[in-house]
Design a protein around this ligand. Structure first.
Ligand SMILES: [Fe+2]
Length: 221
C-alpha cells in the first residue's frame, strides 16, 4: 500500500532533443541523483573519504512536503513495525532506503556495520533513543541493562546522523499515523553483511544476516 495515495506523475509528452530525453526530474529524483554524484568520485568502500557534511546538507535542503515525489517508495504495512524500501544503491557505494514506520512501533536496538547513517524525516516525527555500546562483559554471561545516552524527537525535514562511534540506537514512531524517513547508508556494509541487534535488558547482541526489502525501485517484492 503506497501511503501517499498519489503516485509520482511522470512527465509525459515533453519535447525530446536528438537522442537525449528531456527528463522532468522532480526534486526527490534530483536528491537521489545528487547523493549518487556526491558519492561517485569517492571510494565509498571505507568510511574515511565520505563528505558526510555535504551529504547531510543535500538531504537537509530537500523539502519533503510534496509526497507525490516519494510516495511510490513509501509502502507501509500495518502488520509490520516498519518496511524497508530500496530507492537506490548509489553505484554500489551506498544504500538509500525509504522506511515506513507503523504507528506506535519501532526498530530493535541496532548497530550500523561501521558505516555512516543519515536519516531524513520525510513525514511525521521519529523518536531516536541512543544507547552506549555494550562493553562486551555481556557476552561472558553477565546481564547488563543498556544505558540510554539520549532521546530525541526528529521532526519533519530534519536530518539525523548516526554511526557506531556514537553508540547504538532504536528508532520508533510514537505518533498515531504512519511516519516516513529516508536513510542513506554508506558504505553499504549492513546490506552486504547484516548488523547486530541488542537486548536492552541484558546487553547481549545477536547478528542479523539480512534485513531484506519490502520493495525495490517502487515495486513490492
Ligand atoms: Fe539505525
Amino acid at each position: 500500500m503506497a501511503i501517499g495515495i498519489v503516485k509520482t506523475v511522470m512527465a509525459a509528452g515533453l519535447p525530446r532533443f536528438g537522442c537525449t530525453a528531456n527528463v522532468d526530474m522532480n526534486h526527490f529524483d534530483g536528491l537521489v541523483q545528487a547523493l549518487k554524484d556526491a558519492l561517485g568520485p569517492c571510494s565509498g568502500l571505507t568510511s574515511e573519504d565520505v563528505d558526510v557534511k555535504y551529504l547531510q546538507k543535500l538531504m537537509k535542503d530537500y523539502d519533503s512536503s510534496d509526497e507525490r515525489e516519494w510516495s511510490k517508495f513509501a509502502m507501509g504495512d500495518a502488520s509490520r513495525a516498519y518496511t524497508r524500501n530500496l530507492v537506490d544503491e548509489g553505484n554500489g557505494k551506498s544504500n538509500l532506503l525509504v522506511l515506513v514506520w507503523s504507528p506506535g512501533k519501532g526498530s530493535p536496538i541496532h548497530d550500523h556495520g561501521n558505516a555512516h547513517c543519515l536519516m531524513k524525516i520525510l513525514r511525521g516525527n521519529l523518536t531516536e533513543t541512543r544507547y552506549a555500546f555494550p562493553e562486551g562483559k555481556e557476552e561472558e554471561g553477565e546481564d547488563i541493562p543498556m544505558a540510554v545516552i539520549s532521546e530525541k524527537v526528529h521532526k519533519e525535514n530534519e536530518v539525523a546522523y548516526m554511526a557506531d562511534e556514537l553508540g547504538v540506537h532504536r528508532v520508533s514512531n510514537q505518533g498515531s499515523d504512519f511516519a516516513v524517513s529516508l536513510h542513506l547508508y554508506t558504505p553499504p556494509n549492513v546490506a552486504k553483511g547484516g548488523c547486530h541487534v541488542f537486548n536492552p535488558e541484558t546487553g547481549k547482541k545477536s547478528h542479523v544476516k539480512n534485513c531484506g526489502y519490502y520493495s525495490a525501485y517502487g515495486r513490492k517484492l
